[in-house]
Design a protein around this ligand. Structure first.
Ligand code: ATP
Ligand code: MG
Length: 435
């Protein structure tokens, strides 16, 4: 026997029980985004490789080592499975000139691909909800995006996700800080690990983002970007903080928060939990005013964030939440050939009337079918045999207590069945579905 094939390492199947939870989450997300006026956009999963090199930056983990890139066999073009959504979203906005009539609030959701070492909370195919606001320059949109996140955690019943913010200022401010940082790091060259030594001249800011415990003291004492901000950057940062205070959203300024992607400026933020081990960042984002121009568009400010769905749902489950598996309104049991055809027809009619019906398929004894009916969680079993079929009737049996109906089995004619079921399942509604 040949070995069964396995999924690619770090790329997960989402099985029905999980997938139902995902759908429930996606529904909450849609409602939540709608309440803030965000509209959906869907981009391809594959993009020309230079898009990411240009948008994310050459000297970043993603572009240096995490991208799934390949050559198109037909024309040799280098293509890449998207490692994140912002670059594609901005590309789409520019390609279709979406900013022609003013700013836009956009969101998307879907798989992203990064060639990382798989571990809990870190996968090679993972999923993000991405939220981007293009054309807004004030601190209000930054604060609104942060407040949005706080509301979603609340909607989902998530606790203990703390907010860290920082300002990366503007490029001149970063340049002055970079010079000071470089001088400091060169002074302590012997304490830098290999990664940091390699990045010293290409991207010293990223050294502050190191996860190497041996370098924590060194980066802790390094010159802080926040001390190099100019007046306007400070005013923007204070504007964000004021609105967060007004909204009673607690935050901590983390001067070492620099984000993994190169395109950020001014506000950056992360939502972090201690409950998921090393992969504790569930959501991250900030302002990226330079990206639109960098991708060839007329300069436009922008601000956005992305959340990792796997990490959020893991946290949701770790905090004791369970989603309810859907149950059908009725499980349909039938015995005999004519009864099988009758049941099929009745089940379709009931679905047309709006009921969810689990029709038994695959035969089996009456007893084994009733066991399945019970296991389905349905409150009602519908039963037909030769007798019922000949009389154009269906037997209705209650499987759960708690209904204001006699517990015994009753026979109902086909014509009256939908009304009868409606009275049992929705006793307080009138015939038009109103309470
Ligand atoms: P990390 O520091 O954990 O590698 P990142 O800075 O690379 O995260 P972003 O590019 O900002 O992450 O992506 C936003 C969010 O997407 C992260 O906060 C996280 O929740 C999620 N995420 C990123 N990479 C992965 C991954 N490989 N597997 C699962 N979720 C991920
Ligand atoms: Mg990463």
């Amino acid at each position: 026997m040949s070995q069964t094939l396995q999924a690619v390492r770090g790329m997960n199947d989402i099985l029905p029980v999980e997938a139902e939870l995902w759908e429930q989450f996606e529904e909450s997300v849609r409602d939540w985004l709608g309440a803030y006026g965000y509209r959906p956009i869907r981009m391809p999963m594959v993009e020309p490789t230079p898009l990411f090199a240009r948008a994310i930056g050459e000297v970043t983990d993603i572009v240096e080592k995490e991208m799934y890139s390949f050559e198109d066999a037909l024309n040799g073009e280098s293509l890449t499975l998207r490692p994140e959504g912002t670059a594609s979203c901005v590309r789409a906005v520019l390609q279709h000139n979406l900013l022609y009539d003013g700013p836009k609030r956009l969101w998307y959701m879907g798989p992203m691909f990064r060639h990382e070492r798989p571990q809990k909370g870190r996968y090679r195919q993972f999923h993000q909800v991405g939220v981007e606001a293009l054309g807004f320059s004030g601190p209000d949109i930054d604060a609104e995006q942060i407040a949005m996140c706080a509301r979603l955690w609340d909607d989902l019943g998530l606790e203990g996700i703390r907010l860290e913010i920082n300002s990366l200022g503007q490029s001149e401010e970063r340049a002055r800080h970079r010079a000071a940082l470089l001088a400091y790091l060169e002074q302590h060259h012997e304490q830098l690990d290999a990664d940091a030594q390699r990045r010293l001249h290409s991207n010293p800011l990223r050294i502050l983002d190191t996860k190497n415990p041996a370098m924590q003291a060194l980066v802790e004492a390094a010159p802080k970007l926040i001390d190099y901000l100019g007046e306007e950057s400070i005013r923007h940062f204070e504007g964000v903080q004021q609105l967060l205070k007004d909204a009673a959203i607690p935050y901590r300024i983390n001067p070492r928060l620099v984000r993994g992607l190169d395109y950020y400026n001014l506000t950056v933020f992360e939502w972090v939990t201690d409950q998921l081990g090393a992969q504790g960042t569930v959501c991250a984002g900030g302002r990226y005013d330079g990206l639109v121009a960098q991708l060839g568009g007329k300069p436009a400010p922008a601000c956005g964030f992305a959340m990792g769905i796997e990490r959020l749902l893991a946290l949701w489950q770790d905090q004791g939440h369970r989603h309810e598996a859907p149950v059908p309104d009725a499980y349909f049991v039938h015995q005999g050939e004519a009864a099988g055809r009758f049941a099929f027809r009745v089940a379709e009619a009931l679905r047309s009337a709006g009921f969810s019906i689990h029709l038994h398929c695959g035969g089996g004894s009456f007893k084994s079918q009733m066991k399945k009916a019970d296991a389905s969680g349905a409150p009602i079993a519908l039963i037909v045999g030769d007798d019922e079929t000949a009389a154009n009737q269906v037997s209705v049996k209650h499987l759960r207590s708690g209904f204001d109906q006699p517990a015994e089995q009753v026979r109902v004619s086909f014509d009256e069945l939908a009304d009868h079921l409606g009275d049992i399942l929705f006793p307080l509604e009138d015939d038009n579905g109103n309470l």
